[in-house]
Design a binder for this molecule. Structure first.
Ligand code: TPP
Length: 678
């Protein structure tokens, strides 16, 4: 059992129950320290899973830290991706990596991503973070082992909330059907998820009867009794002819009294004071060099910041948000506008909001906050994006106005076929919110940074797509989509606080772009600009145009300021809040009148860029007119963990990058023929 030398097959180290208990305790400490240094992450679930993790990495799994890709090793599949730090301390305690290094968790460039990525850290078997996929991956690995005549086991760790994903049950059926006795699933049954108790959010019990009925062997244990954990893992290994699931009863936040059984500690990290209190309670205050490791984390961060800064385009001064005495701006997350609109318009009896266990942070629960009469129209569906999407179609078919929302990658990708067939093909009146979109989601990393959702939503017939630029516009757009617009509709917004650049008087007309012009440097950023409907805007013979969506609109405005200050260039900005139907007239006019069109999207380049350049190349009116195009956005790569604004810099979606591109294109334009001015 346990840690092996893959060359000789000999066990390199065995652990007693007491040693395993001690290891689990120490792992809890390192876990909390890493979370504190990161300033974000999931304390509750990592603590509930820690005794199992220690037993798995140090006793149950046969693997060799010196040879992490040993073909005969047992595989550990971390389906419960948000508990990544638990996985990392498991790897650390078993010597796959240095425990001390885990303190760089979630920082830019760290192999310890917010959610596990197997291509960044040896010992990690798969990339995860989108819940409910690990058991299917395990089925694939188990089938491969069978085909290859291998005897290793595949351990799959899941949460109990995660059992709400329908895919888990497809995989459970497959494992039972194929009698995959090389799969050992472990469910961290702490009975809490984000929105509250699993039984209230969407009951999954009785899990034992469910798994049994799919042909599984079920073992029930106390997941904090080390002897029981070790025995269960040994018993599971011996079962033949069917897969095994260990249902481990645990306590979320286990080991730290103020975190235990508190839903609020799901996605939270301790501050320094809380960390000290937790380590004291765990008896680790003297055993872990907290100051030394936090200093190590800081050095890592400083180096990441230095590297990032050397790559940023440079100008004569610092134009970053609120860096100077003038052009000050207020910031607020765009998602707040979504919640405000639901609170405002929610009295309409047709509106029904569906909860997908991420309700607070995407603000969808503002719909019923302080309004008990609305709670009957709040329907918690659990972590089940696909079924909830089709259920929304059912509600819409019966005349309701359903609203669903989650991280954009789960509300517009995980469920894409349901959106396509049940909502768009049927042309039903469903509002889908794609929240936390773009790289600026930050430290959660690639799995949570939707950068492709607009490709899908834009490509669906009947779908309307709106990407508002700030919280104020998000409120207006949500109200419009909810009550005025009939049909499938997608609204995309971000997580991080971004500049407020509109107010109540700024026009918002669905399908019609706004033209924005810098007038003069002012104390307040917003006052420096004039905004009007693009259709009412008269040509000012600007040097270039920037067509932007979402939080790239404020970046485009800041770029216009840089370009004016540094080069005297005049810029026309189009806020293309409605991406579909697109305001072709505003775009073609900008192309004809300025000769340069730069698109700016916090998305893989193309959702906006290729639409705009497609319009330009297709236009008869522009035939023979030279138009230079440029695209700012993410360049066909996945995101990664880092602080939100760091990622804006790293993925080159800042005002500085837009300005740099503009300078290059204006130089090109000056070299070539001057386009005719209308
Ligand atoms: C497909 C998908 N939907 C939503 C989320 C966001 N999310 C992260 S953790 C979580 C709750 C998980 O609950 P559970 O499995 O019980 O884990 P635990 O409470 O033990 O942390 C949710 C909804 C996600 N990561 N993946």
């Amino acid at each position: 059992m346990a840690l092996k030398d893959s060359r000789t097959g000999k066990t390199t180290r065995s652990y007693s129950i007491d040693e395993l208990k001690d290891a689990a305790n120490l792992m809890r400490g390192y876990n909390l320290l890493a979370l504190c240094a990161a300033g974000s992450g999931h304390a509750g679930g990592t603590l509930s899973l820690m005794d199992i993790t220690a037993a798995l990495y140090l006793d149950a799994a046969e693997h060799d830290p010196k040879n992490p890709s040993w073909p005969d090793r047992d595989r550990i599949i971390w389906s419960t991706g948000h508990k990544a730090p638990g996985l990392y301390v498991g790897l650390g305690i078993a010597d796959f990596c240095a425990l001390d290094d885990i303190v760089t968790l979630r920082k830019l460039g760290s192999p310890f991503q917010g959610h596990p990525h197997w291509l960044k850290l040896p010992g990690v078997e798969i990339s995860s973070g989108s819940l409910g996929q690990g058991l299917s991956v395990s089925v694939g690995m188990a089938l491969a082992a069978r085909l290859d005549g291998k005897r290793h086991k595949i351990f799959c760790l899941m949460g109990d909330g995660e059992q709400q994903e329908g895919e888990v049950w497809e995989a459970a059926m497959e494992a039972g059907h194929f009698h995959l006795d090389n799969i050992i699933a472990i469910i961290d049954r702490n009975r809490l998820q984000i929105d509250g108790w699993v039984k209230d959010v969407m009951n999954v019990e009785p899990l034992d009867a469910k798994y049994r009925s799919f042909g599984w062997e079920v073992i029930d244990i106390d997941g904090h009794d080390m002897q029981q954990v070790v025995d269960a893992l040994r018993r599971a290994r011996a079962v033949e002819g069917k897969p095994v699931v260990i249902l481990a009863d645990t306590i979320k936040g286990k080991g730290v009294s103020f975190m235990e059984n508190q839903a609020g500690w799901h996605g939270k990290s301790p501050n320094r004071q809380e960390l000290d209190a937790a380590l004291k309670e765990l008896g680790l205050a003297e055993r872990i060099d907290v100051d030394g490791l936090l200093a190590k984390a800081q050095r890592f961060q400083d180096e990441a910041t230095r590297k990032l800064d050397t790559k940023m385009p440079r100008f004569s001064r610092d134009y970053w948000w609120n860096a100077g005495a003038t052009m000050q701006v207020k910031m607020e997350p765009t998602r707040k506008g979504f919640g405000r609109a639901l609170a405002e318009s929610g009295d309409d009896e047709r509106i029904v909001c569906l909860g997908l266990d991420i309700s607070g942070s995407i603000t969808i629960n503002d719909f019923y906050a302080g309004k008990p009469e609305r709670t009957k129209r709040w329907i918690s569906m659990g972590i089940a994006e696909q079924s909830a999407t089709a259920a929304a179609a059912g509600l819409a078919r019966e005349g309701k106005l359903p609203v669903i929302g989650s991280y954009a990658t789960f509300s517009a990708a995980r469920n894409l076929d349901q959106v396509r067939t049940s909502i768009c093909y049927a042309n039903l009146n469903v509002l889908i919110a794609g929240a936390h979109a773009g790289v600026s989601v930050g430290p959660d990393g690639a799995t949570h940074q939707a950068l492709e959702d607009l490709f899908a939503m834009m490509g669906l017939p009947n779908m309307s797509v709106v990407v508002p630029c700030d919280a104020v516009e998000t409120r207006k757009a949500t109200n419009h989509l909810l009550l005025q617009h009939v049909g499938p509709k997608y609204i995309r917004f971000a997580r991080e606080a971004t500049p407020i650049v509109t107010d109540e008087t700024t026009p918002f007309v669905f399908g019609k772009a706004n033209a924005i012009r810098l007038r003069k440097e002012s104390a307040n950023f917003v006052e420096a600009f004039e905004t009007r409907l693009a259709s009412e805007y008269k040509n000012e013979r600007e040097d270039l145009s920037i067509v932007a969506i979402g939080p790239m609109v404020p970046e485009a405005m800041r770029a216009a300021f840089i370009l004016k200050q540094e080069y005297g260039y005049e810029t026309r900005i189009l806020n293309l809040h409605t991406l579909k139907p697109i305001d072709a007239e505003a775009i073609l006019r900008a192309a004809r009148e300025t000769g340069i069109v730069i698109t700016a999207e916090e998305h893989q380049i193309g959702a906006l860029a290729w639409r705009v350049s497609g319009l330009i190349t297709e236009s008869r009116e522009l035939y023979g007119v030279p138009v230079i195009t440029g695209a700012i956005g993410v360049k066909d790569r996945f995101g990664e963990s880092g602080a939100p604004w760091e990622l804006v810099k790293k993925f080159e979606v800042s005002a500085e990058h837009i300005a740099q591109k503009a300078v290059e294109l204006v130089a090109l334009k000056k070299q070539g023929a001057t386009p005719p001015r209308a």
